[in-house]
Design a binder for this molecule. Sequence first.
Ligand code: 5AD
Ligand code: SF4
Length: 481
Amino acid sequence: MLNTMNYDIDITKEPPADDTARQYYFIEKAKAYVQRESEELGRPLTFCVTTFGCQMNARDSEKLCGILEKIGYVEAPEDEADFIIFNTCTVRENANMRVYGRLGQLKPRKKKNPHMMIGLCGCMMQEPEVVEKLKTSYRYVDIIFGTHNIFKFAELIVTRFESQRMVIDIWKDTDKIVENLPNDRKYSFKSGVNIMFGCNNFCSYCIVPYVRGRERSRDPEAIISEIRQLVADGVVEVMLLGQNVNSYGKNLENPITFARLLEKIEQIEGLERIRFMTSHPKDLSDELIEVMGRSKKICKHLHLPVQSGSSRILKKMNRHYTKEQYLELVEKIRKNVPDVSLTTDIIVGFPGETEEDFEETMDIVRKVRYDSVFTFIYSKRTGTPAAVMEDQVPEDVVKNRFDRLLKEVHTIAAEVCAVHEGTIQTALIESVSEHDPSMVTGRLSNNLLVHIKGDKGMIGRLADVRLTECKGFYYLGELAE
Ligand code: 5AD
Ligand code: SF4
């Protein structure tokens, strides 16, 4: 689904000053180069964007795809593509290793195919050591850019076509938000919508504030007009995206709270479902809980990363809440938003974590009884305060704790899931089931999946479904009469 604008552009003239218009100018310019190459080749040039990491990156990739399609590239599988782009993540070290591995595999292909280009972007590129390593050991990469200037992709492609050299453009930070560029949505019926960029929290283990920059909120009018457009194109569900959505709007010229933004979005006719992530417990307001409690459209799901159950570790993590405050918050949410599904992120093996600290984490998991938990082994990120903390926990100890935690969260999640067996709930049908082509997969308001008999004609529809059998993390169901 390509969303785009139409501009009158003359590429024989100088580029326009306005950021959006300037990029449409470079899109036209790049188009001419791509057309020339495809005429030489006798076939269209192809591309493949591979996304690592979170939903923010997934949304950024849709923007990259939109620009590439507008330029005239055609999407293809990675092993056939002329232009391969890795949109990278650096939140944990293993994400970086995977990118170097994949990049190494491309070297022989690039030697054989003179038309081939490789682009790298995303969070990992914001780390100066990474770019140094690429400059010395991966000279065959064509374009390197970061998280702040994704919007310039077409311009960078043109620079590459005109210079034949490695193009590197990394910005340290930005206050710019460039609106209305093309994007190619993966799903016709649901879409991510950025409401803010960056993070100001500086949790001591986290590299995100260093690679995504300071917090910037989009204007509510821009968000609402984007969602209106999406709804007009057939979207029924939006996922509002930000590293810390609860502090949305604080730094706007006309400040507005996240809860108020949700109320405005709720009024958009034709929009059926609203999701959002991620919420920081320290900023989650009573106003938001109230709005969630009375909303007809906001899904009954809250992702509320706890990170650890030990108040001592939470302090060292710079999270600004204690175990007790988190538990009080959970109680308040459950009281005001009945049946809400709670999910979380937990890091095991943060520096200095003792067996007692870990037991506190197990305890909070047993008390909250999460619907699902994303568990992570602590990964040391150079430049963050935690990387130089004493008492890094030995690997075998971390592994043992990680396994114990995983077992506990699985047992609890299966019990929590079973509670809804036999009920009728609304599901948004998202795809044909991967395992059985006679089944379709739907997502419930609480974010769990249900498989029912059906065909691809049902995709994008909201259907009432009876949850006949709980399978631990998903359900089997049937259409309710
Ligand atoms: N090591 C392990 N997990 C991390 N996360 C962020 N930084 C690290 C790190 N250095 C996890 C947090 C966050 C999620 C997106 O990734 O749990 O909520
Ligand atoms: Fe990282 Fe903390 Fe910001 Fe989340 S809130 S992105 S964990 S610094």
